[in-house]
Design a binder for this molecule. Structure first.
Ligand code: G
Ligand code: G
Ligand code: NA
Ligand code: MN
Length: 252
């Protein structure tokens, strides 16, 4: 209850911040895009994890305004980095199902692209299977409108939840993010699951991202299995904008 009470007004009080985590092309080692991750530092409660407060913000409906703020902030920051010296940099943004369901959502994305003079290709929206299959047809209509803007769609945390493989065939997505749990178990239990998911994704022409890459052994194995992109603490934790600027500048 205390957290919920603090959450109301936290946006107006400027208590949220975005951190950014690099996504690395496994063949070249290049950082081609960043995932923005929300952070809340409350003067009363300290740091609160999004795992705790995002569901509360969804239940209270605060996620709609918060989601608009995240999208706008992330697009503005991306436009700054692209104008500086990263003209091809892309940004991944997590989208709550509650935000995605808003009738105005596609219009919001279009207006943010317009405001910051970004091509649709600069943005990737991360959604989970669970949030898309509740109303598969309506989701696909919306996804088609977003993809018509050039915006790409990533299926986040792939392989978790109760969804069936057949949904993958029916969803209009571009990128598949393999859940961290599969990457963690890859070294101890063998790469059978990861390998199967990668084959399936390659067959469907999807770009593949491995989440939660923490060791060199995982990186090597994923590269040998032709996974396209890696994300995880091995490369970098999510960092504030200033630190990302330095990291991008230090790239070969
Ligand atoms: O960054 P971290 O591992 O603490 O994030 C935990 C969870 O919170 C993840 O499931 C992540 O998708 C979610 N999350 C983080 N940032 C955002 C955000 O900007 N929007 C939404 N909807 N979820 C987020
Ligand atoms: O649900 P989603 O995939 O958006 O969640 C991303 C979360 O995973 C973020 O909170 C981020 O901090 C966390 N994360 C990113 N890389 C790693 C990693 O290598 N290991 C672990 N344990 N968590 C990670
Ligand atoms: Na994500
Ligand atoms: Mn994920």
């Amino acid at each position: 209850l205390k957290i919920e009470a603090q959450l109301v007004g936290a946006l107006d009080r400027g208590e949220f911040q975005l951190h950014y985590q690099p996504l690395v092309a496994l063949q070249s080692g290049e950082v081609r895009s960043l995932e923005c991750l929300l952070r809340w530092n409350s003067p009363v409660l300290g740091t609160v994890s999004p795992v705790t407060f995002i569901p509360m913000a969804e239940a209270q409906g605060l996620i709609v305004d918060l989601g608009t703020w995240i999208l706008t902030q992330a697009a503005e920051q991306l436009s700054v980095w692209r104008a500086a010296d990263q003209p091809h940099l892309c940004m991944s943004i997590n989208i709550s199902p509650v935000q995605f369901e808003q009738p105005a959502f596609v219009g919001l994305v279009a207006s943010v692209l317009d405001e910051f003079r970004l091509p649709g290709e600069a943005l990737l929206l991360e959604l989970t299977e669970g949030s898309l299959i509740q109303n598969l047809e309506a989701s696909n209509v919306k996804l088609a409108k977003l993809r018509a803007l050039g915006v790409r769609i990533a299926l986040d945390d792939f392989g978790t939840g109760y969804s069936s493989l057949s949904y993958l065939r029916q969803l209009q997505v571009d990128v598949l993010k393999i859940d961290r749990s599969f990457i963690t178990s890859m070294v101890t239990e063998g790469p059978a699951f990861v390998s199967m998911i990668l084959h399936l994704a390659q067959h469907l022409d999807l770009t593949t991202v491995a989440e939660g890459v923490e060791t060199e052994e995982q990186r090597k194995l994923l590269t040998s299995l032709h996974c396209d992109v890696g994300q995880g603490y091995l490369f970098s934790k999510p960092l504030p904008a200033e630190a990302i600027k330095a990291l991008l500048a230090a790239q070969p």
